[in-house]
Design a protein around this ligand. Structure first.
Ligand SMILES: Cc1cc2nc3c(=O)[nH]c(=O)nc-3n(C[C@H](O)[C@H](O)[C@H](O)COP(=O)(O)OP(=O)(O)OC[C@H]3O[C@@H](n4cnc5c(N)ncnc54)[C@H](O)[C@@H]3O)c2cc1C
Ligand SMILES: *[C@@H]1O[C@H](CO)[C@@H](O)[C@H](O)[C@H]1NC(C)=O
Ligand SMILES: *[C@@H]1O[C@H](CO)[C@@H](O)[C@H](O)[C@H]1NC(C)=O
Ligand SMILES: *[C@@H]1O[C@H](CO)[C@@H](O)[C@H](O)[C@H]1NC(C)=O
Ligand SMILES: *[C@@H]1O[C@H](CO)[C@@H](O)[C@H](O)[C@H]1NC(C)=O
Ligand SMILES: *[C@@H]1O[C@H](CO)[C@@H](O)[C@H](O)[C@H]1NC(C)=O
Ligand SMILES: *[C@@H]1O[C@H](CO)[C@@H](O)[C@H](O)[C@H]1NC(C)=O
Ligand SMILES: *[C@@H]1O[C@H](CO)[C@@H](O)[C@H](O)[C@H]1NC(C)=O
Length: 573
């Protein structure tokens, strides 16, 4: 009883500052940037209200004043975000107000990045799964604080998915194919087969990183929406190293605002603009390869050739398996974690992602840019339009079935990012160099071979046509344009070629501000003061089978560490 009474005021404190309606919370601290003062001052300025930025800002606000600047709008009340059945709608909305911004890498693979408070967690497929203990060790993180931070996140956004027939058959097929043991439902990353978490609750409602702002102190946090940061400002006068001390951002009307750090040795700017946004903004602010910055007439604060290097995207390849029996609509729930560096996941059923009544393939729909029927370099606007047209003319029965996909760990192959122009709202140019490392290609081939075993398993037999062997599945293009076979003579004989030609993204791209290169072990940008990067751009490898759990964890984790450094400092002074 006493403990209940003691907890009560904490709960009130926690949930003071916003009211919850059917549309979600109406945070009292959330404003349109058009209402921002011309100049304002804070202890911390967080750039990017995404998957890492929201938990970070919420945490910092517990003991300091914080400004969170997000270029997109609020996710709340947006029907293209809030429900599982709407998956893909934001991704197929190519307008400037869309929560998703499409980009195409130089490799030719069509991809997407978030533009909304909550970031990628508002447009993604929802799978929630932690990083492995080995990953945590290699990152040099404090394992106890990592665990606490995951739990802090999970209390608000993570759920157990409902398991229906098709996903259960994939799970049992994986076990039959030897991906053992059965680890049941768990957030942990363990070799074997498991059911992972999801940010969709039992009613299919999406919970996002923006929901973590309910942990904020509403008196100390200010969130500005449609606030596009153009530049980080540095002071150099009388200093050996440049020190970040402010930012310039523009509101939706294009008006300029400046925000500065309060005076104080521990105040900082933290960049959480994602794997494309963070290296891009560092370059636009004068930190990057000197020659490249000079070519764009950007005055150099620090020649740092590693900014924008080490960009990676985990290649995804999938096989469509048509089913004689009905299947449920599911996004990723089951995952097979192999010892050879390939992860098997699956999604089933028809979807109506285009926002219309026309069926499509959800995570594998050309409407969201997934196009594996032609090799990457041939994925033109026309090819995409053609694929959408073919898909729309298919019989409803064709949509019965599911995709079994494999994503490789790492990857080892890397590329780079470069500016196209000086506008932070435009996409930079990105190259991922999929499969340039032979190990990546081997992992893909072994993943496909494992998928074949799953499809042929006894457990999966109700959901396959027995006369369709793997070569036939790979080679089904002619029969139904849904299949993933490129029109290419070599495919049925070479899985390597299949990997290269049908490569898609699972949107787990990362790098550009890697730890140990651009940032140090505490995520401080090397060579300058009062600036950190905390988001997926710091990763060497994508964590776990899917990254969002660890990105949210990292926001919380670094918030706690930065605050304790602050406390330490004030004790000493
Ligand atoms: C379609 C899709 C499906 C996915 N599926 C899954 C899944 O099922 N499970 C999983 O674990 N992961 C999934 N992911 C990956 C995961 O969502 C991302 O890795 C993660 O969200 C990245 O977090 P981040 O904080 O690094 O970047 P983001 O979440 O992208 O945050 C960056 C934020 O910064 C803002 N920003 C950028 N530049 C500026 C600027 N100049 N000024 C102001 N704001 C700026 C952006 O608008 C954005 O909100 C998926 C991703 C996508 C896109
Ligand atoms: C949210 O709250 C603000 C004031 O705090 C109010 O002006 C606005 O109308 C509210 N919006 C909704 C959708 O309730
Ligand atoms: C905030 O600061 C107070 C002391 O000023 C300290 O006791 C408390 O632990 C700090 N909270 C966090 C979350 O760091
Ligand atoms: C939702 O997405 C569709 C396209 O997928 C678009 O036409 C519509 O305007 C979007 N709605 C909102 C509220 O953004
Ligand atoms: C963190 O959690 C994992 C899984 O629950 C556990 O194996 C590990 O021992 C924990 N580590 C610490 C330091 O608490
Ligand atoms: C850089 O500045 C020079 C001289 O002002 C100009 O000629 C050139 O076009 C500029 N280049 C870019 C990329 O803006
Ligand atoms: C693959 O397709 C070609 C042409 O459509 C056909 O000749 C061949 O028999 C098919 N192979 C298999 C294994 O189905
Ligand atoms: C098919 O494979 C052969 C030998 O591996 C290769 O020389 C040829 O270029 C390939 N054809 C295509 C269209 O890729």
């Amino acid at each position: 009883m006493l403990s209940i009474l003691l907890r009560f005021p904490v709960i009130i404190l926690l949930f003071h500052g916003f009211c919850w309606s059917e549309e979600g919370p109406n945070y009292s601290f959330m404003h349109q940037a058009t209402s921002a003062p011309r100049i304002s001052y804070y202890d911390y300025i967080v750039i990017g209200g995404g998957t890492a930025g929201c938990p970070l800002a919420a945490t910092l606000s517990q003991n300091a004043t914080v400004l969170l600047l997000e270029r997109g709008g609020s996710p709340y009340g947006n029907p293209n975000i809030t429900h599982l059945s709407a998956f893909g709608r934001a991704l197929s909305d190519l307008s400037h107000s869309s929560p998703s911004q499409r980009f195409i890498s130089e490799d030719g693979v069509i991809n997407a990045r978030a533009r909304v408070l909550g970031g990628g967690s508002c447009i993604n497929a929802g799978f929630y799964s932690r990083a492995s203990a080995d990953y945590v060790r290699a990152a040099g993180w404090d394992a106890r604080l990592v665990n606490e931070s995951y739990r802090w996140v999970e209390k608000v956004v993570a759920f157990q998915p409902p398991m229906q027939q098709w996903q259960s058959a994939v799970r049992d097929g994986l076990l039959e194919a030897g991906v053992e043991p059965n680890n049941g439902f768990t957030y942990e990353h363990l070799v074997g087969t498991k059911v992972g978490g999801t940010i969709f609750d039992g009613e299919g409602r999406r919970h996002t990183a923006a929901d973590l702002l309910k942990y904020a102190n509403p008196k100390r946090l200010t969130v500005m929406l449609h606030a596009s940061v153009h530049k980080i400002l540095f002071r150099t006068k009388g200093r050996k190293r440049a020190i970040a001390h402010g930012v310039v951002f523009r509101d939706s009307l294009g008006h300029k605002h400046k925000a500065y750090l309060n005076r104080g040795p521990k105040n900082e700017i933290i960049l959480s603009a994602g794997a494309l946004g963070s290296p891009q903004l560092l370059m636009l602010s004068g930190l990057g390869p000197a020659d490249h910055l000079k070519a764009h007439n950007i005055s150099i604060v620090l020649d740092q050739p590693l900014v924008g290097q080490g960009m990676s995207d985990n290649p995804m390849n999938a096989i469509f398996v048509p089913s004689p029996s009905p299947v449920e609509v599911s996004l990723i729930q089951v995952v097979g974690i192999t010892t050879f560096g390939s992860y098997i996941e699956a999604a089933s059923g028809e979807n109506f992602a285009g926002g219309t009544t026309q069926r499509d393939f959800g995570m594998f729909s050309p409407k969201i840019g997934q196009l594996s029927t032609v090799p990457p370099k041939q994925r033109t606007e026309e090819a995409l339009a053609q694929a959408i047209k073919s898909m729309e003319s298919l019989e409803p029965a064709v949509f019965r079935g599911g995709f079994i996909l494999e994503k490789i760990t790492g990857p080892i192959s890397t590329g780079h990012l470069a500016l196209r122009n000086k506008n932070p709202n435009d996409n930079p140019s990105v190259t991922f160099n999929y499969f340039t490392h032979p190990q990546d290609l081997r992992r893909c081939v072994r993943g496909l071979q494992l998928i074949e075993n799953v499809v042929e398993s006894r457990a999966f037999s109700p959901f396959r046509y027995d006369y369709l062997s793997l070569p036939a599945l790979l080679n089904m293009t002619a029969a139904a344009p849904v299949n993933l076979l490129p029109r290419h003579a070599n495919v049925s004989t070479s899985l390597e070629q299949f990997c290269r030609d049908t490569v898609m993204t699972i949107w787990h791209y990362h790098g550009g501000c890697r730890m140990g290169r651009v940032v140090d072990a505490e995520y401080r940008v090397r060579g300058v003061d009062a600036l950190r990067v905390v988001d997926g751009s710091t990763f060497h490898y994508s964590p776990g089978t899917n990254p969002q759990a660890t990105v949210m964890m990292l926001g919380r984790y670094m918030g706690v560490r930065i605050l304790s450094e602050r406390l330490e400092r004030s004790r000493r002074n």
